[in-house]
Ligand binder design. Structure first.
Ligand SMILES: Cc1cc2nc3c(=O)[nH]c(=O)nc-3n(C[C@H](O)[C@H](O)[C@H](O)COP(=O)(O)OP(=O)(O)OC[C@H]3O[C@@H](n4cnc5c(N)ncnc54)[C@H](O)[C@@H]3O)c2cc1C
Length: 304
């Protein structure tokens, strides 16, 4: 079978399929390190993804996997890190929240110890795990899913699905980040105003402190905006003043593949072959990766 896409959705799905004994090839236009997945902050938390009841189950399944992977952080890129979601209340969340170990109300929001995933390292680890299971990755652009030569084709193209399927329901939600030298911050922090396209968060990763963020709907610009970057630093420094002086290392932009609902379903092709879709994970593709991958694999296997 062929999985199209080498972001976190494609690689995790390919790993699950290959480890269940299938011959898997991944075709992708961009290598893993140039995907939206490589840009992501990497905090496990459902954000800008629908539909909530399914997302909760996918996220919890993925949480259990990441908790195990956190035993080998240097290899997998996964660590468990303490932090606070300021302004978030348990009552605002779905029933899944009651099953997140240690998630508790504190004075200004919710505190928890959650997986923080260093995405470049994690994607490289997924590639290695896939290779060990016999999977092969090739740089190939697909222009017609029905022409991909395999009995089962799994579509994990994220925002690419908009033109490829085509599916106009998939839309970009632009996110900009600033990477600074970490001035000694060891916990993550978020404060999200859902009525605004600006939020405030920071996530400590081994390569620096990631500062965010934005959620700009239908904005296709992949260029970092200097004014946006300055505003991100200022918002984060209002929470932790030492951030104001931190040396900037990098600017990152990614386009979240947003959709009114994740598309995770089978579509039989006219010639009897099977197409499985797994895309549209918005702002939480890492958070739900393993739960979605297992479901996608379940949809792909009966006809394999
Ligand atoms: C700034 C920012 C911060 C984020 N922070 C988090 C976070 O903390 N936690 C979290 O869970 N999520 C976060 N996200 C969201 C997360 O990054 C996405 O949901 C996730 O990366 C989507 O993964 P994907 O594999 O579906 O898509 P992508 O990573 O975009 O991969 C798509 C793949 O499909 C390939 N492709 C597309 N079209 C074609 C084609 N026609 N032919 C061949 N290949 C094709 C691409 O080359 C690529 O390999 C963040 C996103 C941004 C932008």
């Amino acid at each position: 079978m062929i999985v199209v896409g080498s972001g976190v959705a494609g690689l995790t799905t390919a790993v699950v399929l290959a480890e269940s004994g299938r011959r898997v090839r991944v075709w992708a236009r961009e290598p893993a390190e140039r995907t939206t997945s490589a840009v992501a902050g990497g905090l496990w938390w459902p954000y800008r993804i629908e539909p909530e009841p399914l997302v909760g189950a996918w996220a919890l399944a993925s949480l259990a996997v990441y908790e195990e992977l956190a035993d080998r952080p240097d290899e997998t890129g996964v660590r468990l890190v303490d932090g606070v979601h300021r302004g978030t209340r348990l009552d605002d969340l779905g029933t899944w929240a009651g099953r997140v170990p240690g998630l508790r109300a504190v004075a200004d929001g919710l505190a928890a110890r959650l997986p923080v995933i260093d995405m470049p390292v994690h994607l490289a680890w997924l590639l290695d795990r896939l290779a060990k299971a016999g999977g092969v990755v090739e740089t190939r652009e697909v222009t017609d899913l029905a022409a991909v030569p395999a009995p089962v084709v799994v579509n994990c193209t994220g925002l690419g699905a908009r033109s490829l399927v085509p599916d106009p329901a998939v839309r970009p939600v632009r996110g900009q980040l600033v990477v600074v030298e970490n001035p000694g911050i060891t916990t993550w922090f978020t404060s999200v105003d859902h009525s605004s396209d600006a939020s405030t968060y920071f996530i400590p990763q081994p390569g620096g402190l990631l500062l965010g963020g934005t959620a700009e709907e239908d904005d296709w610009s992949q260029e970092p905006n200097p004014a946006t970057a300055a505003a991100i630093v200022a918002r984060c420094a209002a929470v932790r003043p030492e951030i104001a002086q931190a040396r900037v290392r990098d600017h990152r932009v990614g386009l979240r593949p947003a959709r009114d609902a994740v598309r995770l379903e089978r579509q039989p092709l006219p010639d009897g072959r099977l197409l499985v879709h797994n895309y549209g994970h918005g702002g939480a593709g890492i958070t739900v990766a393993w739960g979605c991958a297992r479901q996608a694999a379940g949809l792909a296997l009966p006809a394999a």
